[in-house]
Design a protein around this ligand. Structure first.
Ligand SMILES: [Zn+2]
Length: 479
């Protein structure tokens, strides 16, 4: 109770602090990527950056970063790129069968959860309902939206239509996030600006209001604990939607509203903050509640208990049981997702970057690897419970592979990293959770990568990334 009250107070205090921008330098709004029409992802230099020419021999390096000094970027890029091509080429029927197996596991969880939802509240039903939501997002939607199954005939599981539009959303992937918004925020900004100031998921910056808060550390843990079970609808749904609307606004050729900072995160609370009028010009709260979180809320929390409530006599009892199980499953799936998603790129041994590099260049590959972490990997069961987020390094190097190819590619990429001396972090997911929370509460900070050691021809101007796919699938295989 006390914990809830403290957290609520802090939440209220920090509602505008959730409009945070922290760490990294502020960027021009005009540098937000724009969308063109057809299919490829390309990087096109649009203005000339001035990166300076440091005298590398005189630049001091932290001993922990010494591997950077003599890294053979070209040799490394060649091997990583060749492995990616091989994995893409090997994608076939096995991958479709594997996907169908994972879909069946998800379906079993959904059917079990729904079939037992009327029973007295019990952990099996709650876990099944939670897994239904979790697997739909992290494994099925995530890899499909990236185009991981576009090379094969996997029926609905093609990024060109999957979950897009109201009807497909209900059939394919109904969650708090709008799939179109997810595609922009995740497939483009997060993946291609990883751990830069333009990465909307940069934990260290987004949690600065806790890190820098002038209150006792135990309260910081309380605030983090408060967010864990609610973060998807509280923070992620509105923030992905903000990225979609910002993108639409820029594409329409209009100037962003005065006072609007596209790097400030938006939450269900901060979008109502009287001081954030400019944000509401981009993110209309009514549209958000109606079109983004509304369908999930209605389908999951109104329709299901409502249908049970209609049963004569026992209806109200069953409806209350169902609603309780659904709410508990919601809290659980958020914690499950937090532990396996938010911790993918945070920790004192993960790097942040202060400029941008060309996708699929040697520097890009290195950044994806040293800015990501793998958890324990192995068989399908282990990978399922990790939501396939235990192959985050491989996923960031090649975002558009199938789940099966990540399993096959991981040991090979690890061997290449060992050969070239590129740090490849693989650790238990709970250890990574601890390291992430240490960053969130300000006990530790992430490493700043010495970007002056990267080849100058890998650098691109901050405004130069344009994506040409409308669905977020990145299909540039030229590198
Ligand atoms: Zn991804």
């Amino acid at each position: 109770m006390m914990m809830f009250r403290s957290a609520t107070i802090l939440l209220a205090m920090s509602s505008s602090a959730l409009a945070f921008n922290i760490g990294g330098k502020r960027q021009s709004p005009l540098s937000t990527p724009t969308v063109a029409s057809p299919k490829k992802a390309v990087a096109v230099p649009m203005d000339t950056p001035n990166f300076g020419v440091p005298n590398l021999s005189k630049t001091k390096l932290d001993p922990k970063d010494d591997w950077v000094r003599n890294l053979d970027y070209d040799g490394f890029a060649k091997e990583v790129s060749a492995l990616g091509k091989e994995l893409r080429k090997n994608t076939g029927k096995d991958d479709v069968d594997h996907l169908n197996k994972i879909v069946n596991w998800r379906n079993m969880a959904a059917v079990f959860g729904l079939a037992t939802i009327w029973l007295p509240v019990n952990p099996l039903t709650v876990a099944a309902l939670s897994t239904w939501t979790y697997a739909s997002w992290t494994m099925i939607a995530h890899h499909t939206c990236h185009g991981g199954y576009n090379r094969v005939d996997a029926g609905r599981f093609n990024s060109r239509g999957f979950a897009l539009g109201a009807l497909n959303r209900v059939v394919d992937w109904l969650d708090w996030m709008q799939p179109e918004a997810w595609n922009i925020e995740h497939n483009r900004l997060h993946h291609y600006r990883l751990n830069e100031s333009k990465d909307p998921d940069l934990v260290q910056r987004n949690l600065d209001f806790i890190r820098d808060g002038k209150y006792p550390q135990f309260l910081k843990y309380v605030v983090v604990a408060f967010f864990l079970p609610i973060w998807k609808w509280f923070y992620y749904a509105p923030n992905t939607y903000k990225e979609l609307k910002t993108n639409e606004w820029i594409r329409s050729g209009k100037e962003l509203p005065e006072g609007y900072d596209p790097e400030l995160a938006v939450t269900v609370v901060s979008m109502l903050d009287p001081g954030r009028k400019a944000t509401r010009k981009i993110v209309n709260p009514l549209d958000f509640y109606k079109n983004v979180v509304g369908p999930m809320f209605f389908a999951r929390y109104v329709a299901i208990p409502g249908a049970l409530a209609l049963i004569p006599g026992v209806g109200p009892t069953l409806a209350v049981r169902a609603l309780t199980s659904l709410v508990l499953a919601e809290l659980l799936t958020n914690v499950h997702a937090f532990v396996t998603i938010v911790t993918n790129h945070a920790g004192e041994d993960m790097y942040t970057f202060d400029d941008a590099v060309r996708p699929n260049s040697g520097s890009f590959y290195v950044r994806q690897i040293i800015g990501s972490v793998n958890y324990d990997t192995g068989d399908d069961v282990t990978d399922f419970w990790h939501g396939w987020l235990n192959y985050q390094i491989e996923h960031h190097v090649w975002p558009d592979l199938s789940m099966l190819q990540y399993q096959r590619g991981a040991p090979k990429l690890k061997a290449i990293c060992e050969k070239y001396g590129v740090p490849y972090v693989q650790e238990n997911v709970f250890e990574r959770t601890r390291k992430t929370i240490d960053v969130m509460v300000g006990r530790t900070s992430m490493r700043r990568f010495p970007t002056q050691f990267e080849p100058a021809d890998h650098k691109i101007a901050d405004s130069s990334l344009t994506w040409k796919s409308t669905n977020g699938a990145i299909e540039d295989e030229s590198a």
